[in-house]
Ligand binder design. Structure first.
Ligand code: DHB
Length: 389
């Protein structure tokens, strides 16, 4: 290079600039894999709105880096699509985190890719117990079905329900809840008189409910993936006359999901369910969350998937902050293990042994509050782990 009077000042200035002004850092990229179309399309929207509510309330820059969400649609339970999307996000977009996952089959399919890429995978809904064992890079901020189901079984036996027929969706979370219910219910002295599993795609509940009605159990315990299926189930439960025959209904709170509770209407009044989150949860954290969520979502109330998105985003923000923006998958996992947060649902923490969530499980009853249907909490089990772990 020729050192002359023209380039020297320029070079000097360039060196000075590089030394004193930090380069504008790239954004932190979060690959959000969710269900944004098809029969489960509400899952992706609720999770993303939950994540965006966190950014709205607490800002979008951590450790000096702005957060960028790159959302991709699995179109439903589609493991091959989820896998392809994860591959594109990891190798093309070079995301720093994978997040989302409404449905178990999509989370299961992506877990090995998180391991390969050493990228943390933040599960915000999918609730089959074994998901966290599929990769050391998984941390779950939602719940597990056994975690919600065992307290429901305990509550049922203590409240005079002794004979139950179970109906569950025939895939991971359904099978987990059937097993967890049987175990806890029989341990408490109850009897499961029959069990049926319904297909995940396009189920017609009428024939199953007829069979259950003919068996005249005292109650039905059910798990179906939240949303449209719950609406269809409630309709068939009434049309087949199970409620008129005095058969009680108990379930995890997936049935009385805040997103569809108003659409199910008054037939849900009095239903008792167990879950980790209700939009009616009475705490300052939840009041602030509900208000901000309404602004982000165009007036909707949050459900348990929204709170999973919110808490998962809170965890990601903490990781970025603690690493001062210098992201590393293994260091991120060390921060996630044992992380404690005050969630809108109450206190939560990530068990460092399992990377699964420990939290309060609430017993709730559907009631009208201010003319709207809500899951009103009336009892609770504190510090509940996934019982299989
Ligand atoms: C899943 C679990 C749920 O609790 C739910 O409501 C919907 C889907 C799942 O893991 O696929």
């Amino acid at each position: 290079m020729i050192w002359n009077y023209r380039v020297r000042p320029v070079l000097f200035l360039a060196l000075l600039t590089a030394a004193t002004i930090p380069a504008v850092a790239d954004s932190v990229k979060i690959g959000l894999i969710g269900e944004f179309s098809g029969p489960f399309q509400a899952y992706g929207r609720n999770i993303e709105n939950g994540m965006r509510t966190y950014l709205k309330m607490h800002g979008d820059t951590y450790g000096g880096r702005k957060i960028e969400i790159i959302a991709r649609d699995t179109t439903g339970p589609a493991p091959e699509v989820a896998k392809r999307l994860a591959q594109e996000l990891l190798t093309g977009d070079k995301v720093d985190f994978l997040a989302g996952f409404g449905l178990t089959p999509n989370a299961m399919a992506v877990a090995p890719l998180a391991t390969e890429a050493k990228v943390p995978m933040i599960v915000m809904n999918a609730a089959t117990s074994s998901i966290t064992t599929k990769s050391p890079y998984v941390a779950r901020f939602s719940f597990t079905l056994p975690q919600m189901t065992a307290p429901m079984a305990d509550w049922a036996v203590k409240n005079g329900i002794k004979q139950v027929y179970t109906l569950v969706a025939d895939y991971g979370p359904g099978i987990d809840s059937e097993n967890a219910f049987k175990k806890a219910f029989t341990a408490g002295g109850g009897e499961v008189v029959g069990s049926v599993r319904t297909p995940l795609a396009n189920p017609d509940f009428a024939p199953f409910l007829q069979r259950i009605k003919d068996a005249t159990p005292q109650a039905v315990f059910m798990f179906l993936p939240a949303g449209e299926q719950g609406i269809a189930f409630m309709k068939a439960f009434r049309e087949r006359g199970l409620d008129a025959a005095g058969i009680k209904l108990i379930a995890t709170g997936d049935l009385t999901d805040d997103d569809v509770l108003m659409a199910m209407g008054d037939p849900t009044l009095g239903l008792v369910t167990t879950h980790a989150y209700s939009a009616a949860h009475d705490s300052p954290e939840n009041k602030a969350f509900v208000a901000a969520y309404r602004e982000v979502s165009g007036g909707k109330r949050p459900n348990f998937m929204a709170v999973g998105g919110f808490d998962g985003m809170a965890a990601i923000a903490q990781v970025i902050e603690q690493l001062h923006g210098n992201l590393d998958g293994d260091k991120a996992m060390e921060i996630l293990k044992g992380m404690k947060l005050m969630s809108p649902r109450g206190p939560i923490w990530i068990d460092p042994e399992t990377r699964d969530i420990v939290q309060t499980v609430y017993v709730r009853r559907v009631q009208k509050v201010g003319g709207e249907l809500f899951n009103v909490e009336f009892d609770q089990f504190k510090n509940v782990k996934d019982p299989g772990k």
